[in-house]
Design a protein around this ligand. Structure first.
Ligand code: DTR
Length: 341
């Protein structure tokens, strides 16, 4: 064999051996890979918090854990998130409890009209509530963290300045927010956030009630020029991990994740609150949205209509054997505690 050819063959052989044995060893020896599914598009806040968690976990475990993220419903979508994680289709998943209000009764109590001032406070309240009650509906998974959207407000293709404007108006809303729309005389159309852009485009709904960062992140401000500030209910979210996967993790990795629960809830709330402000600026500047603040009198009328909602939830929750009044009391007390900080 010619020396040049022999050298070439040796190089090919050695690089094959390196890539088969050594290279994977460098990046993968003992490395734990976790898949993390999310339902809305990558730039939206549930996915931004997912990327932040991924980065922090990878850093704090010194690369022992690698998290592969799947935004935009590419692995699991909004409605099969919980069951998909239980089944192990994804190791981790982020879900909005409002899309299955009967299933997540305790944590969805945070979507009653409590008047949370912002997402940071609501997220900390939700996380504490979960830790106190550890509700059965999460028994099959490990809960990594919880967080909330900012308070929901109305945005629509038509102005909503009073209850008359709201009568029969089709607004996209789920869970506790849907109860609010119904109580005010509007027509609530339930669907995940990820299906809302098409529904607005096609005119299936005339607007929606959700946190206002969506005006920018989903470009709703292009279609919905009218915003009515009601400081309505939040949407609660949970990040859950397949239980068998959790149990298979080394103790030091579990500790990193457990230590991040509260921090991640607060980080997400703060990110969300800052993002709402940016979104409003962007929407005013680029799409000339009109913002309506209700008069005190109008506001009082609206609030009266909302009063029965909590009573009805208490009845339903009691029928399911839950300490409903105590849960409501706890949420109010926690709201005070964190809002006062
Ligand atoms: N579950 C929610 C809350 C929400 C607010 N912003 C976003 C962005 C992406 C997904 C969900 C959300 C809702 O359905 O409105």
């Amino acid at each position: 064999m010619k020396p040049k050819l022999a050298l070439l063959l040796a190089v090919i052989f050695l690089s094959a051996v390196f890539s088969l044995c050594v290279a994977p060893g460098l990046s993968q020896a003992g490395q734990i890979k976790l898949s993390y599914a999310n339902f809305p598009p990558a730039p939206t806040f549930p996915c931004v918090q997912m990327e932040r968690w991924k980065t922090e976990v990878e850093k704090r475990t010194n690369g022992k854990v690698l998290v592969n993220t799947f935004p935009g419903g590419t692995l699991l979508d909004a409605k099969n998130m919980m069951d998909g994680v239980i089944a192990g289709t994804a190791d981790i998943g982020c879900l909005s409890m409002a899309y299955q209000p009967g299933r997540f009764m305790v944590t969805n109590a945070t979507a009653l009209p409590f008047g949370f001032p912002n997402a940071t406070v609501a997220s900390l309240v939700l996380w504490d509530l979960y830790k106190k009650y550890m509700p059965d509906e999460f028994a099959k998974v490990k809960v990594i963290t919880m967080f909330a959207s900012a308070p929901g407000n109305i945005y629509a293709k038509v102005p909503v300045k009073n209850l008359e404007d709201l009568k029969g108006l089709q607004l996209r809303a789920s869970g506790g927010v849907a109860d609010l729309v119904k109580a005010l005389g509007g027509t609530a159309v339930g669907m995940p956030q990820s299906e809302t852009p098409e529904a607005l485009q096609k005119g299936v709904v005339k607007g929606a009630v959700s946190s206002l960062e969506t005006l920018m992140d989903f470009k709703y401000a292009e279609l919905c020029k009218y915003v009515t500030i009601i400081n309505g209910p939040i949407y609660p979210f949970a990040v859950v991990m397949n239980m068998a996967k959790w149990k298979s993790l080394p103790k030091d990795v579990q500790k990193v994740m457990d230590d991040m629960g509260t921090e991640q809830a607060e980080w997400t709330g703060k990110y969300m609150d800052g993002h709402v402000d940016k979104s409003l600026e962007w929407s005013k500047k680029n799409h000339g949205i009109e913002i309506t603040e209700l008069s005190e009198e109008e506001s009082a009328n609206w609030n009266k209509l909302l009063e029965p909602i909590t009573g009805k939830w208490i009845e339903d929750a009691k029928a399911k054997g839950l300490p409903a009044e105590q849960i409501v009391k706890d949420i109010k007390a926690l709201n005070k505690k964190y809002a006062g900080k």
